[in-house]
Design a protein around this ligand. Structure first.
Ligand code: TMP
Length: 212
């Protein structure tokens, strides 16, 4: 497919949303057509699925959680990501398939191979060209969340968030070529510089560099 898919992952409070916005702005300034999107809420059904995780009384098993995120992902790929890639756009997604491995797999204890198989179905083989992992100690990330209403994952204990962090780092160790780990404890401007370096490198490799 002519476009590129860049995904951004990390624990709660790692600054993904801010960094996605900054990176999208930089890529647009370079003249790229950028599609900013996110999971699970990258489609209207995905937004409804996200709403389930914000309700206090909903109780789900880890496998049901995975199915819901996969349903959101399949629609997201079909309706947003694949069409944008086919149109030659640069797609920047705040979370994607690794999030289910990290949260439902390493965090909740669901079998990793099952999640990989579900991800293969849900994504239809649309893999990220680059994944930027904003690594952060979850005590710092959770401390950044402030007083707003928390979803079911944000309310989980520290041990869960530590497993999620270690899970992401494990995926990054296994997939060194695709994933770049960045220290999200640094000031946002410094993290942005490092994201630009990693994204610029990908653009150069693919012959898409424009003033990088
Ligand atoms: P956020 O990324 O905006 O914080 O919200 C998404 C929440 O859903 C976050 O707590 C992580 C969680 N999540 C999963 O547990 N599995 C997934 O596959 C995805 C995409 C998100």
């Amino acid at each position: 497919m002519p476009g590129l898919l860049i995904t951004v992952e990390g624990v709660e409070g790692s600054g993904k949303t801010t960094q996605c916005r900054l990176l999208a702005g930089w890529l647009r300034k370079l003249g790229h057509r950028v599609r900013e999107t996110s999971e699970p809420d990258g489609s209207p059904i995905g937004q409804a699925i996200r709403g389930l995780f914000e309700q206090d009384r909903v109780r789900l098993t880890p496998l049901t959680e995975a199915f819901l995120f996969m349903a959101a992902r399949q629609l997201h790929v079909a309706e947003v990501i694949r069409p944008a890639l086919e149109a030659g756009e640069l797609v920047l997604s705040d979370r994607y398939a690794d999030a289910t491995l990290a949260y439902q797999g390493y965090g909740r204890g669901l079998d990793l191979q099952t999640i990989r198989e579900l991800n293969a179905l849900a994504t239809g083989g649309v893999l990220p060209d680059l994944t930027l992992l904003l690594d952060l100690d979850p005590t710092v990330g959770l401390g950044r969340l402030g007083a707003r209403r928390l979803d079911v994952f944000e309310k989980m204990d520290l041990a869960f968030h530590r497993r999620v962090r270690q899970g992401y780092l494990e995926i990054a160790r296994e997939e060194k070529r695709r994933m770049v780990v960045l220290d999200a404890a640094q000031p946002a401007e410094r993290v942005h510089q490092e994201l630009k370096t990693a994204a610029g490198e990908l653009l150069r490799q693919r012959g898409l560099a424009r003033g990088v």
